[in-house]
Design a protein. Structure first.
Length: 293
């Protein structure tokens, strides 16, 4: 069993904070908070104080991924897992935990040197949150903020790390050809959300391919698809449905150049009955390429 409970937060290093502020508020209705102690700009999408932290810098890529666990006992269990697997880690400093707004955290790198922060005790917002763009709200709660798909050098090595060392659970695979290139993608879950982490060797310079946010209404996905076009946000893949997680979604381009996916009706996993399968298509229908992905 995984000791991780959910995808808690993401840190992005971005070169244009102003563009990100407009993108987050005008497209998704996220709330921009006061800068964190380390200067990061927080974005709020639910009852949590923040789910995204924006750091000014040149990389325009993911800076760290935060995995939330239930409590100190679960964090201690993760420490034991890492120690048994001889994975170096350290306890987050007081300054780091204050910057992230968590009670305790440990820090280590995954096989592709993506900084990983396992934590518990994330802060909640003082006031209730409601997006003025996504009327149905975002599907988060115990399933976390959504999912990420990262670009990795060695899928087998990454799968071993997250499954055998961290205890993430396998949902399924996709083996196919996508946009003229062979694709092997791995999908892992840590709670009922079909996957919180996916990865593939994509041969791209960025480590993050996309971040997915899920709404509670198909209408919000459709409305945002057209609002993105009205705002001049590039569309990467049109509306479509994936065969493995059943998500109806579209993909657009963030100001940092990696993609976002906005979807609805994602499949949920019941580990008591789940059967791992390999799919041979990225989409059942749609998801036609528009902008370079």
């Amino acid at each position: 069993m995984s000791t991780a409970a959910q995808l808690g937060y993401l840190g992005f290093e971005v070169s244009d904070l102003g563009a990100w502020r407009r993108f987050a508020t005008d497209l998704f209705g996220l709330a921009v908070g006061a800068p964190r102690p380390d200067g990061a700009l927080p974005l709020r999408m639910d009852e949590y104080d923040h789910r995204i932290l924006l750091h000014e810098g040149a990389r325009d890529d993911v800076a760290y991924i935060g995995w939330e666990v239930a409590d100190r006992a679960a964090l201690d269990a993760m420490k034991e897992r890492l120690a048994r697997a001889s994975v170096p880690f350290r306890v987050g400093s007081a300054a780091e935990t204050a910057a992230r707004g968590v009670r305790e955290m440990i820090v280590f790198d995954d096989p592709d040197a993506i900084r990983t922060e396992v934590h518990y005790g994330a802060g909640r917002g003082v006031d209730a949150f409601r997006s003025d763009k996504i009327a149905s709200g975002f599907k988060t709660g115990g399933m976390g903020m959504g999912h990420v798909l990262i670009n990795v050098g060695d899928c087998a090595k990454t799968e071993h790390f997250y499954r055998d060392m961290l205890g993430f659970r396998l949902s399924d695979y996709i083996d196919t050809e996508f946009m003229g290139n062979p694709l092997h993608a791995v999908f892992l879950h840590v709670n009922p959300r079909h996957h919180s982490l996916a990865f593939a060797s994509l041969g791209m310079p960025k480590r993050l391919h996309h971040v997915m946010l899920e709404t509670n209404s198909l209408d919000d996905v459709g409305a945002t698809f057209y609002r993105a076009q009205d705002l001049g946000v590039p569309i990467a893949l049109t509306l479509g449905r994936h065969p493995n997680d059943h998500m109806v979604s579209f993909y657009g381009v963030t100001p940092a150049g990696f993609l976002f996916e906005l979807g609805v009706d994602g499949r949920e996993v019941d580990d008591r009955t789940w059967e791992v399968k390999t799919y041979h298509a990225v989409s059942d229908w749609g998801h036609r390429p528009v902008a370079p992905a």
